[in-house]
Every structure is written in C-alpha cells, then in structure tokens.
Design a protein. Structure first.
Length: 154
C-alpha cells in the first residue's frame, strides 16, 4: 500500500466515523464557521474545566477533508490543556501553509499528519483548517466569557 493510499484511508475513516460528533451540553462556547468557497460548515461547542479542554462536540457538513480534519482535531485536544491545543493549532496551520514542504511532527499531530498532502492543494487548505479555526475561536470565546464572569463576581 502506498503512503498516499494510507493517508486517504485515514481521512475516509475519520469522515465515516467522526469522533466527538454530535452537539452536546453543557458547553462554555459555541461557534459556527463556514468556508464560503466550497460551502463546508461546522458548528462547534467547547467545554473547559479550568485550563483543560474537557469536551469538544460538533456537527457539520462538507467534504471529507473538512469533516475528517475536525474529527482528528478533537482527538488531539480533548483531555489536554488549552495551551497544548492552541500550540497544535499553530503547528497544524504552519503545516497547512507549507504547500506540502513541511515535515509534520507525527508524535504531536498523530493522524493530523495525513493532511500534509492536502497542503499541496491551496483550494483544499481552508477545508482542512475549518474545524481547527472553529476550535481556536471557541477557546477564545470561552476564555473571554470566563474573564467577564470573574470581573462580575469581584
């Protein structure tokens, strides 16, 4: 089996059996992101327990790349601290902007490395980044609402 075939199989596996799919409550923030170029969209909810991402749930529609990338992202961030998730977001973004020339860290990005090949296709980069961008946005919203709540209590 060629490496490209293996990568395609991992993407299809995550597309068919999306991890953490289905919106759940309670949550600390909800965001809705759309890729206007192709129509992919995701509604994502995040729950934080202090500085730890306790849950990410989502529903979306679109191509296998956007849906699989969101599934992979949830596996990588749930149960870890927010800083780790945001660091992974930055690494994934760098890989996707690298036009297929950046060698990703497989230990950190795990199944996310399969999207390195997608980076060679500029029209598909936004598809792969959709869920990751929603995650970062949701984290920032959740943290800003926590900050507002702390100020109101004082």
């Amino acid at each position: 089996m060629k490496i490209d075939d293996l990568y395609q199989e991992i993407i299809l596996d995550h597309y068919r059996a999306k991890h953490h799919s289905g919106l759940r409550t309670p949550y600390d923030a909800e965001v809705h992101h759309v890729n206007p170029v192709c129509g992919d969209e995701v509604k994502l909810r995040i729950s934080l327990d202090g500085d730890v991402v306790s849950d990410v749930s989502y529903e979306g529609q679109g191509c296998s790349i956007s849906q699989a990338s969101t599934s992979v992202m949830t596996d990588l961030v749930v149960g870890h601290d927010v800083a780790h998730g945001l660091d992974l977001h930055a690494e994934f973004l760098t890989m996707m902007q690298g036009k297929g020339e950046i060698e990703p860290d497989e230990e950190r990005l795990e199944d996310g490395v399969v999207f390195a090949g997608v980076a060679r296709f500029p029209a598909r980069v936004k598809c792969a980044l959709l869920g990751w961008s929603a995650f970062k946005d949701a984290v920032l919203r959740a943290q800003s609402s926590e900050t507002r709540a702390e100020v109101e209590v004082q």
